[in-house]
Ligand binder design. Structure first.
Ligand SMILES: Cc1cc2nc3c(=O)[nH]c(=O)nc-3n(C[C@H](O)[C@H](O)[C@H](O)COP(=O)(O)O)c2cc1C
Length: 231
């Protein structure tokens, strides 16, 4: 598949067939993904391919805690855990999470409730000792460290898409980082960057909704004119 096509159609996939993904396929995907860039080429990612059923169920249960908090914030019109947020509004919203959890428990469940059954679950860690976090000492929320890890995570999805698989980056489990560290024997210096779900998709997305270039690109200044395609 053409690189540009893969980039344009690799959307989030959360529904999978029962078809297994072999270790060979997972290895091939990681073997491609490892060519991602990172600050100083330090390649601080670590991956745990979680296969054990009991561990997967524990991860699902931990995921659900954050997931219902996420839904509750969304339902209140908030950007969940936004880096700049009204913390009181956030707390008030999260207070409603148990109702959402009860409603979900009464239903068939979706991706989150069945996370343990996703064909491939890759826990991606960031070895904090390797990250050139140039905004580390800023007063604002720090961002740059993750940039040494997420290109790798995205490469996993691109390589998966090229292999006919689908998947999604998830970060909700980072809410429960300490518990995940204990569960999987992860040392303190490794942060939980993402959990990637992969599998054979029930449906492959082909048309993604994304903003046009003019909506996020300006010339010369933040308030400059929109940068559009040359006539
Ligand atoms: C940094 C990041 C974190 C995400 N976390 C989650 C998550 O925890 N759970 C989830 O279901 N999807 C998660 N997603 C998937 C996004 O919801 C998805 O990429 C976005 O809505 C676009 O969806 P689309 O590709 O179907 O258009 C995450 C995506 C990114 C890039």
């Amino acid at each position: 598949m053409e690189l540009v096509e893969v980039m344009r159609i690799t959307g989030a996939v959360r529904e999978f067939t029962d078809e297994a993904v072999s270790d060979e396929e997972v290895h091939r995907i990681l073997d491609v993904a490892r060519f991602a860039p990172s600050g100083g080429n330090r390649q601080g990612w670590r991956v745990i391919h979680v296969q054990d059923a009991a561990l997967r169920r524990s991860l699902r249960d931990l995921y659900l805690r954050g997931w219902y908090d996420y839904l509750a914030q969304g339902a209140a019109g908030l950007v969940p855990w936004s880096a700049i947020a009204d913390r009181d509004a956030e707390r008030a919203a999260i207070a409603g999470a148990s109702t959402i959890a009860e409603q979900a428990a009464a239903g068939p469940g979706g991706f989150a409730e069945h996370l343990d059954r996703v064909p491939v679950l890759l826990v991606v860690l960031a070895d904090l000792r390797t990250l050139a976090a140039v905004d580390r000492d800023f007063d604002r929320y720090t961002l740059v460290g993750g940039a040494s890890i997420y290109p790798f995570v995205w490469n996993v999805l691109l390589a998966g898409r090229d292999a006919g698989l689908g998947g999604v980056i998830t970060t909700i489990l980072t809410r429960e980082e300490r518990a995940v560290q204990e569960l999987l024997g992860i040392p303190d210096e490794c942060a939980l960057a993402a959990v990637v779900a992969l599998g054979h998709p029930q449906r492959q997305p082909t048309r993604l909704r994304r903003a046009a270039v003019t909506e996020f690109t300006t010339v010369d200044r933040f308030d400059g004119s929109p940068f559009g395609a040359p006539a």
